[in-house]
Design a protein around this ligand. Structure first.
Ligand SMILES: Nc1ncnc2c1ncn2[C@@H]1O[C@H](COP(=O)(O)OP(=O)(O)O)[C@@H](O)[C@H]1O
Ligand SMILES: [Mg+2]
Length: 364
């Protein structure tokens, strides 16, 4: 039986979101097909083997159990990164399913570790993960692919401390209000603000700097938000389109994403004109191809409420994975159940790994 390593938690601000995603996957994954090895990563970055109950994952109780197991059986519970030790990760699992969101999980770093250890894994590779995670680089790539997006401007800690007045004037001239200020590498709306004047702009730059030294400032669109899920290696298979009706009317913030209960609504399929739907689908495909996506992703769009223009917002290479999340629900609407979706993701991970190995062996 294939031993699947499920990775959850992690050092990013999205640690809790990852716990929820992993708990959901563990509730539905077909255990007659896969043997599951759970690797929880603490906020401090310690990797722990966990074999306790699934119910203890979402609320964080898993960690104390895993720490205790490690102190009692260090020879079994320690995870060693080197490839030849019998305790090494590569000997324990056949395939990796990373369910981590944000930096050190969704950004290519963990994917790089799997590559160097020769472990096949689910989802996007190193480059596409890194590109999609970095909001500045992603916008540059979308621009080259000819995709319509909000006006944007990049800045960084050095520029802000050198002359923040000049920078804010430039933002007002080139972007205007309302504007969105975002750390380049983050997700779940952490460190992100919508600003309407100079005072809010100054505060927003400071709070974004707490998460990254690079910042993107974007023109704020008065918009509907819709998303499409993608599956496939290089070539995108697209789901139905879903719309988010956020509990917070200003924008889809952290609380509307995870703490709003049923006040945030997902509307699947979204009500759209045929033209808009066709446009969204073409853009989702082009964006996935532009980042060289593999496995799966969710492509998010903003639709201008005034004139209907479709803007690409971002690609999430490890989108929320709970049973209430948009990504699995879009596939359910498209006829793929949650357990089938996980199997497809594993298949695609193996297919990519095999194709790359064949290439390296010179067969292609
Ligand atoms: N340019 C924009 N115009 C209007 N709303 C935006 C814009 N950028 C972001 N938002 C709002 O902020 C939310 C989070 O921004 P996003 O770029 O998706 O970051 P994250 O990676 O944290 O999800 C979006 O879902 C949307 O509600
Ligand atoms: Mg988003």
């Amino acid at each position: 039986m294939t031993k699947i390593g499920i990775f959850f938690g992690g050092r990013s601000e999205e640690h809790e979101v990852s716990l929820m995603s992993a708990a959901s996957v563990l509730r539905v994954i077909d255990r007659s097909k896969f043997r599951l090895i759970l690797i929880g990563i603490t906020r401090q970055g310690k990797w722990l083997l966990y074999d306790g109950p699934t119910e203890y994952i979402a609320d964080g109780r898993w960690e104390a159990l895993a720490q205790r197991a490690l102190s009692e059986h260090p020879e079994t519970y320690e995870i060693i990164m080197g490839s030849d030790s019998p305790l090494s990760l590569g000997k324990r699992i056949d395939f990796a399913l990373p369910l981590l969101h944000g930096p050190y999980g969704e950004d290519g770093t963990l994917q790089g570790l799997f590559e160097s250890m020769n472990i096949p894994y689910a989802g996007c590779g190193v480059l596409s993960s890194a590109v999609a995670m970095d909001k500045i680089v992603a916008r540059d790539i979308f621009h080259r692919a000819g995709l319509t997006q909000p006006g944007y401007l990049r800045t960084n800690r050095e520029e802000i401390s050198r002359d923040s007045e000049a920078l804010m004037q430039k933002i007002e001239r080139e972007i205007g209000y309302p504007a969105f200020v975002k750390p380049a590498n983050m997700g779940s709306s952490v460190g992100l603000s919508k600003v309407k004047d100079r005072r809010e702009l100054a505060q927003a730059l400071m709070s974004a700097l707490r998460y990254d030294r690079r910042i993107i400032v974007e023109q704020g669109i008065f918009c509907r938000e819709v998303e499409i899920a993608v599956l496939g290696n290089y070539e995108a298979q697209l789901s139905a389109v879903g719309e988010i009706i956020s509990a917070n009317e200003e924008f889809y913030d952290y609380d509307s994403k995870y703490n709003a209960g049923d006040k945030t609504k997902l509307c699947i399929p979204a009500e759209l004109s045929q033209e808009q739907e066709a446009r969204l689908r073409a853009m989702a495909k082009a964006a996935y191809e532009a980042i060289d996506g593999t496995g799966f992703a969710r492509v998010d769009f903003l639709i201008d409420k005034c004139d209907g223009t479709v803007y690409i917002n971002e690609i999430n290479t490890i989108p929320g994975f709970t049973e209430y999340s948009m990504f699995p629900r879009l596939w359910m609407q498209s006829g793929l159940s949650y357990p089938q979706l996980i199997e497809r993701i594993v298949e695609l991970g193996y297919a990519r790994y095999n194709a790359e190995n064949r290439r390296q062996a010179g067969d292609e």
